[in-house]
Design a protein around this ligand. Sequence first.
Ligand code: ADP
Ligand code: MG
Length: 238
Amino acid sequence: MADVSLRGVKKQFGALSVIKGVDLDVKDGEFCVFVGPSGCGKSTLLRMIAGLEEITEGSLAIGGQDMTSIGPSERGVAMVFQSYALYPHMTVEENIGFGLKMTGHPKAMIAERTAAAAKMLQLEPLLQRKPGQLSGGQRQRVAIGRAIVRNPEVFLFDEPLSNLDAALRVQMRTELSKLHQDLKATMIYVTHDQVEAMTMADKIVVLSAGQIEQVGSPLELYHRPNNLFVAGFIGSPK
Ligand code: ADP
Ligand code: MG
Protein backbone atom coordinates (compact mmCIF):
# COMPACT_ATOMS: atom_id res chain seq x y z
CA MET A 1 0.00 0.00 0.00
CA ALA A 2 1.52 3.31 -1.07
CA ASP A 3 -0.74 5.94 0.35
CA VAL A 4 0.97 9.27 1.01
CA SER A 5 0.09 11.25 4.08
CA LEU A 6 1.25 14.71 5.14
CA ARG A 7 0.57 16.19 8.57
CA GLY A 8 1.26 19.82 9.42
CA VAL A 9 3.98 20.02 6.79
CA LYS A 10 5.85 23.31 6.65
CA LYS A 11 8.84 24.52 4.67
CA GLN A 12 11.00 27.55 5.35
CA PHE A 13 13.77 28.80 3.13
CA GLY A 14 15.55 31.06 5.60
CA ALA A 15 13.01 33.65 6.61
CA LEU A 16 10.72 32.77 3.70
CA SER A 17 7.77 30.56 4.63
CA VAL A 18 6.95 28.61 1.45
CA ILE A 19 4.69 25.79 2.73
CA LYS A 20 2.56 26.91 5.64
CA GLY A 21 1.07 23.76 7.16
CA VAL A 22 -0.27 21.15 4.75
CA ASP A 23 -2.43 18.18 5.77
CA LEU A 24 -3.17 15.78 2.94
CA ASP A 25 -3.96 12.13 2.28
CA VAL A 26 -3.34 10.65 -1.15
CA LYS A 27 -4.80 7.16 -1.36
CA ASP A 28 -3.03 4.13 -2.74
CA GLY A 29 -3.49 4.06 -6.53
CA GLU A 30 -4.96 7.54 -6.70
CA PHE A 31 -4.10 10.07 -9.42
CA CYS A 32 -3.73 13.26 -7.40
CA VAL A 33 -3.04 16.60 -9.08
CA PHE A 34 -1.49 19.61 -7.35
CA VAL A 35 -2.60 22.75 -9.12
CA GLY A 36 -1.97 26.40 -8.37
CA PRO A 37 -0.25 29.50 -9.70
CA SER A 38 3.47 29.73 -10.29
CA GLY A 39 5.42 30.14 -7.04
CA CYS A 40 2.70 28.74 -4.73
CA GLY A 41 4.92 25.85 -3.59
CA LYS A 42 3.90 22.89 -5.79
CA SER A 43 7.44 21.80 -6.65
CA THR A 44 8.64 22.29 -3.09
CA LEU A 45 5.86 20.05 -1.79
CA LEU A 46 6.66 17.38 -4.39
CA ARG A 47 10.39 17.56 -3.64
CA MET A 48 9.71 17.05 0.06
CA ILE A 49 7.67 13.92 -0.73
CA ALA A 50 10.55 12.71 -2.94
CA GLY A 51 13.06 13.38 -0.15
CA LEU A 52 14.97 15.91 -2.24
CA GLU A 53 14.08 18.71 0.16
CA GLU A 54 13.95 18.52 3.94
CA ILE A 55 10.69 19.12 5.77
CA THR A 56 11.06 22.04 8.22
CA GLU A 57 8.16 20.98 10.41
CA GLY A 58 5.50 18.27 10.34
CA SER A 59 5.56 14.70 9.11
CA LEU A 60 5.32 12.61 5.97
CA ALA A 61 4.43 8.93 5.73
CA ILE A 62 4.40 6.70 2.66
CA GLY A 63 2.68 3.35 2.95
CA GLY A 64 2.19 4.04 6.64
CA GLN A 65 5.93 4.40 7.23
CA ASP A 66 7.41 7.63 8.56
CA MET A 67 9.89 9.06 6.04
CA THR A 68 11.95 11.27 8.37
CA SER A 69 15.09 9.15 8.17
CA ILE A 70 14.44 7.48 4.80
CA GLY A 71 16.56 8.68 1.86
CA PRO A 72 15.15 9.48 -1.59
CA SER A 73 16.25 6.17 -3.14
CA GLU A 74 14.64 4.10 -0.38
CA ARG A 75 11.18 5.64 -0.54
CA GLY A 76 9.76 3.64 -3.43
CA VAL A 77 9.12 6.90 -5.32
CA ALA A 78 10.32 8.02 -8.74
CA MET A 79 10.16 11.58 -9.98
CA VAL A 80 9.75 12.80 -13.57
CA PHE A 81 10.90 16.35 -14.14
CA GLN A 82 9.87 19.08 -16.55
CA SER A 83 13.35 19.12 -18.11
CA TYR A 84 14.01 15.53 -19.11
CA ALA A 85 17.81 15.69 -18.59
CA LEU A 86 18.57 12.66 -20.77
CA TYR A 87 22.18 11.68 -21.39
CA PRO A 88 22.87 12.85 -24.96
CA HIS A 89 25.63 10.33 -25.69
CA MET A 90 23.57 7.30 -24.62
CA THR A 91 20.90 5.47 -26.60
CA VAL A 92 17.27 5.45 -25.48
CA GLU A 93 17.79 1.93 -24.16
CA GLU A 94 20.84 2.97 -22.12
CA ASN A 95 19.09 6.09 -20.82
CA ILE A 96 16.14 4.05 -19.57
CA GLY A 97 18.31 1.44 -17.86
CA PHE A 98 21.02 3.75 -16.53
CA GLY A 99 19.61 4.24 -13.02
CA LEU A 100 19.26 0.49 -12.52
CA LYS A 101 22.78 -0.06 -13.82
CA MET A 102 24.20 2.50 -11.39
CA THR A 103 22.46 0.81 -8.47
CA GLY A 104 24.01 -2.53 -9.43
CA HIS A 105 20.99 -4.40 -10.79
CA PRO A 106 21.74 -7.48 -12.91
CA LYS A 107 21.94 -7.03 -16.66
CA ALA A 108 19.16 -9.49 -17.45
CA MET A 109 16.77 -7.70 -15.12
CA ILE A 110 17.63 -4.30 -16.61
CA ALA A 111 17.03 -5.66 -20.12
CA GLU A 112 13.71 -7.18 -19.10
CA ARG A 113 12.39 -4.07 -17.37
CA THR A 114 13.64 -1.77 -20.15
CA ALA A 115 11.88 -3.90 -22.75
CA ALA A 116 8.63 -3.84 -20.77
CA ALA A 117 8.78 -0.06 -20.28
CA ALA A 118 9.61 0.50 -23.97
CA LYS A 119 6.60 -1.57 -24.97
CA MET A 120 4.29 0.30 -22.63
CA LEU A 121 5.53 3.68 -23.90
CA GLN A 122 5.75 2.73 -27.59
CA LEU A 123 9.49 3.31 -27.62
CA GLU A 124 10.44 -0.11 -29.04
CA PRO A 125 11.40 1.17 -32.52
CA LEU A 126 13.49 3.96 -30.99
CA LEU A 127 15.64 2.05 -28.50
CA GLN A 128 18.90 2.48 -30.44
CA ARG A 129 18.43 6.20 -31.11
CA LYS A 130 20.15 9.02 -29.23
CA PRO A 131 18.03 11.73 -27.51
CA GLY A 132 19.06 14.24 -30.20
CA GLN A 133 17.16 12.13 -32.74
CA LEU A 134 13.89 12.23 -30.80
CA SER A 135 10.92 14.60 -30.71
CA GLY A 136 9.97 16.36 -27.47
CA GLY A 137 7.18 13.88 -26.78
CA GLN A 138 9.47 10.92 -27.38
CA ARG A 139 12.07 12.38 -25.01
CA GLN A 140 9.45 12.83 -22.34
CA ARG A 141 8.45 9.18 -22.81
CA VAL A 142 12.07 8.16 -22.24
CA ALA A 143 12.10 10.19 -19.02
CA ILE A 144 8.93 8.40 -17.91
CA GLY A 145 10.55 5.08 -18.91
CA ARG A 146 13.43 5.79 -16.55
CA ALA A 147 10.92 6.14 -13.73
CA ILE A 148 8.91 3.04 -14.68
CA VAL A 149 11.89 0.64 -14.66
CA ARG A 150 12.47 1.46 -11.01
CA ASN A 151 9.09 -0.09 -10.23
CA PRO A 152 8.06 2.70 -7.88
CA GLU A 153 4.90 2.56 -5.82
CA VAL A 154 4.58 6.33 -6.11
CA PHE A 155 5.23 8.43 -9.22
CA LEU A 156 5.86 12.14 -8.82
CA PHE A 157 5.48 14.30 -11.93
CA ASP A 158 6.54 17.96 -11.94
CA GLU A 159 4.90 19.69 -14.92
CA PRO A 160 6.07 16.91 -17.25
CA LEU A 161 4.22 18.20 -20.30
CA SER A 162 4.90 21.92 -20.07
CA ASN A 163 7.67 21.84 -22.69
CA LEU A 164 5.45 20.16 -25.28
CA ASP A 165 3.25 21.81 -27.89
CA ALA A 166 -0.51 21.84 -27.33
CA ALA A 167 -1.41 18.89 -29.60
CA LEU A 168 1.24 16.66 -28.08
CA ARG A 169 0.17 17.67 -24.57
CA VAL A 170 -3.33 16.41 -25.26
CA GLN A 171 -1.97 13.11 -26.59
CA MET A 172 0.41 12.65 -23.65
CA ARG A 173 -2.40 13.33 -21.17
CA THR A 174 -4.29 10.35 -22.56
CA GLU A 175 -1.15 8.23 -22.50
CA LEU A 176 -0.39 9.12 -18.88
CA SER A 177 -3.95 8.32 -17.83
CA LYS A 178 -3.62 4.93 -19.53
CA LEU A 179 -0.26 4.38 -17.83
CA HIS A 180 -1.93 5.05 -14.50
CA GLN A 181 -4.61 2.45 -15.26
CA ASP A 182 -2.00 -0.11 -16.35
CA LEU A 183 0.41 0.36 -13.44
CA LYS A 184 -2.18 1.04 -10.71
CA ALA A 185 0.49 3.10 -8.93
CA THR A 186 -0.11 6.17 -6.80
CA MET A 187 0.60 9.26 -8.91
CA ILE A 188 1.06 12.83 -7.75
CA TYR A 189 1.10 15.22 -10.66
CA VAL A 190 1.97 18.91 -10.51
CA THR A 191 0.67 21.33 -13.10
CA HIS A 192 -0.39 24.96 -13.42
CA ASP A 193 -2.75 23.94 -16.24
CA GLN A 194 -6.32 23.54 -15.00
CA VAL A 195 -7.41 21.59 -18.09
CA GLU A 196 -4.78 18.97 -17.34
CA ALA A 197 -5.95 18.88 -13.74
CA MET A 198 -9.64 18.55 -14.65
CA THR A 199 -9.12 15.80 -17.24
CA MET A 200 -6.57 13.63 -15.44
CA ALA A 201 -7.23 13.81 -11.71
CA ASP A 202 -9.11 11.54 -9.32
CA LYS A 203 -8.40 14.21 -6.73
CA ILE A 204 -7.31 17.82 -7.16
CA VAL A 205 -5.43 19.78 -4.52
CA VAL A 206 -5.69 23.53 -5.13
CA LEU A 207 -2.75 25.41 -3.63
CA SER A 208 -2.25 29.10 -3.09
CA ALA A 209 0.71 30.74 -1.37
CA GLY A 210 1.85 27.57 0.42
CA GLN A 211 -1.56 26.49 1.65
CA ILE A 212 -4.31 24.16 0.48
CA GLU A 213 -7.39 26.10 -0.59
CA GLN A 214 -9.47 23.01 -1.36
CA VAL A 215 -9.24 19.28 -2.04
CA GLY A 216 -11.83 17.44 -4.08
CA SER A 217 -12.74 15.59 -7.24
CA PRO A 218 -12.79 17.65 -10.45
CA LEU A 219 -16.60 17.74 -10.33
CA GLU A 220 -16.72 18.83 -6.69
CA LEU A 221 -14.31 21.68 -7.30
CA TYR A 222 -16.10 22.72 -10.44
CA HIS A 223 -19.57 22.78 -8.95
CA ARG A 224 -18.81 23.65 -5.32
CA PRO A 225 -15.68 25.77 -5.08
CA ASN A 226 -14.96 26.88 -1.48
CA ASN A 227 -14.01 30.38 -2.44
CA LEU A 228 -13.38 32.79 -5.28
CA PHE A 229 -9.77 31.73 -5.66
CA VAL A 230 -10.77 28.13 -6.38
CA ALA A 231 -13.66 29.26 -8.54
CA GLY A 232 -11.40 31.51 -10.54
CA PHE A 233 -8.80 28.85 -10.93
CA ILE A 234 -11.01 25.83 -11.62
CA GLY A 235 -14.71 26.10 -11.21
CA SER A 236 -17.60 28.19 -12.32
CA PRO A 237 -18.23 31.32 -10.22
CA LYS A 238 -20.62 30.76 -7.30
P1 ADP B 1 5.83 26.31 -7.87
O1 ADP B 1 6.41 24.96 -8.19
O2 ADP B 1 4.41 26.26 -7.39
O3 ADP B 1 5.98 27.29 -8.99
P2 ADP B 1 8.04 26.43 -5.97
O4 ADP B 1 7.78 25.33 -5.03
O5 ADP B 1 9.07 26.21 -7.00
O6 ADP B 1 6.65 26.90 -6.63
O7 ADP B 1 8.47 27.72 -5.16
C1 ADP B 1 7.70 28.24 -4.08
C2 ADP B 1 8.43 29.43 -3.48
O8 ADP B 1 9.62 28.98 -2.85
C3 ADP B 1 8.86 30.48 -4.50
O9 ADP B 1 8.71 31.74 -3.91
C4 ADP B 1 10.32 30.15 -4.72
O10 ADP B 1 11.03 31.29 -5.10
C5 ADP B 1 10.75 29.66 -3.35
N1 ADP B 1 11.85 28.69 -3.41
C6 ADP B 1 11.84 27.49 -4.02
N2 ADP B 1 13.01 26.83 -3.85
C7 ADP B 1 13.79 27.66 -3.11
C8 ADP B 1 15.13 27.57 -2.58
N3 ADP B 1 15.88 26.48 -2.78
N4 ADP B 1 15.58 28.61 -1.86
C9 ADP B 1 14.82 29.71 -1.64
N5 ADP B 1 13.56 29.85 -2.10
C10 ADP B 1 13.05 28.85 -2.82
MG1 MG C 1 7.28 24.27 -9.94
